[in-house]
Ligand binder design. Structure first.
Ligand SMILES: [Zn+2]
Length: 167
């Protein structure tokens, strides 16, 4: 399986810097549970309104070069899932070892949360917002926006508009 990095898609080119300070907004209550999409996933534990801040993608902020070296060591160690998130062309957030629950959010081609870059005291952070109302017990999903590759990873999101693969 290729070791891909999640990304922001078109936002990589022009990061959307929201004026919202995520830290002043309480993260939503979430629950970690077995997912029908892949392994374990993250589920809402309370209803979430459209536009609400849900959770932050917590991890280590790495320079691109450092993340390249680390990626090779993960592959050698047989670390199967990638929890690296491309923030921009030279910064990656690695949630593999020091990440929080947001790393378990699965991919969907019809996601219910969307990733945004915000600036908190000058430091970039990736935060997830609800695209629409989310009911309690609904699985949280976002579009990983993996880069296009020949070696396809099948998508099991189950959405009507599923693209069939993650990349
Ligand atoms: Zn899909």
């Amino acid at each position: 399986m290729p070791f891909l990095r999640r990304g922001l898609g078109e936002l990589r080119l022009r990061p959307e810097l929201l004026s919202v300070n995520a830290l002043t907004h309480r993260a939503k209550a979430v629950r970690f549970a077995k997912s029908l999409i892949h392994g374990y996933g993250l589920f809402a534990a309370e209803p979430v309104e459209a536009g609400d801040f849900v959770v932050e993608y917590v991890g280590e902020l790495l320079r691109r070069l450092v993340s390249d070296v680390r990626e090779l060591s993960y592959v050698r160690q047989g670390q199967g899932d990638s929890y690296m998130f491309r923030l921009n062309s030279d910064t990656v957030i690695d949630a593999t070892r020091k990440g929080a629950v947001a790393r378990f959010i699965n991919h969907s081609c019809e996601p219910n949360v969307v990733a945004r870059v915000i600036s908190v005291d000058g430091a970039p952070k990736i935060v997830f917002y609800a695209k629409a109302r989310i009911e309690a017990a609904e699985e949280l999903t976002y579009d990983y926006k993996f880069e296009f590759e020949d070696d396809k990873i099948p998508c099991l999101c189950g959405a009507a508009s599923c693209r069939g693969s993650l990349n």
